[in-house]
Design a protein around this ligand. Sequence first.
Ligand SMILES: Cc1cc2nc3c(=O)[nH]c(=O)nc-3n(C[C@H](O)[C@H](O)[C@H](O)COP(=O)(O)O)c2cc1C
Length: 163
Amino acid sequence: MRVQVIVSSRHGSTDEIGDAVAEVLRERGHDVERLAPADVSSLDGVDAVVLGSAIYMSQWLEPARDLVARHGDDLRRLPVWMFSSGPVGPEVTPGSATTRIHSLLEAVEPLDYQVFSGVVDRSVLNLRERSIVRMVGAAEGDFRDWDAVRGWAAAIADTLAAV
Ligand SMILES: Cc1cc2nc3c(=O)[nH]c(=O)nc-3n(C[C@H](O)[C@H](O)[C@H](O)COP(=O)(O)O)c2cc1C
């Protein structure tokens, strides 16, 4: 099946989650394109979409929100899986990251939505981001759970194989 894995990332860690999802889908025989939201001009001929974004200040990045605004009708007609990457540190529960994403979930009605832990690397943040991270006391480190990411992608591949 022809699958687009579309990801919005500011500092690259969510892009790498998208790459891992794309790799698993390719291993399972799907024809996968890895794109940024701005590269998507049409979803014609696409059989399924995996759409993800990093969360900043409780919401998805603007390019991903814009994609939903531009292609919400197409996305709602397709099998779509959505994910966010964000929560950092053991004290942050994934559920806490969903609040401002509800309207996007309502617009797209994905088959599934997952929240994956993210990365905070102070060395790549700008001054404003660093002060926000300091203010909220976010932990620094790479909290991505690759088994969870690959397991989720494998479940997507299984569902697509059954269609
Ligand atoms: C300034 C700033 C604000 C953030 N706000 C949130 C947030 O509201 N909720 C959340 O779960 N994660 C938040 N995060 C964590 C990011 O989503 C996490 O660092 C993610 O891995 C970044 O992805 P990227 O490397 O693809 O940009 C924030 C991080 C920064 C630096």
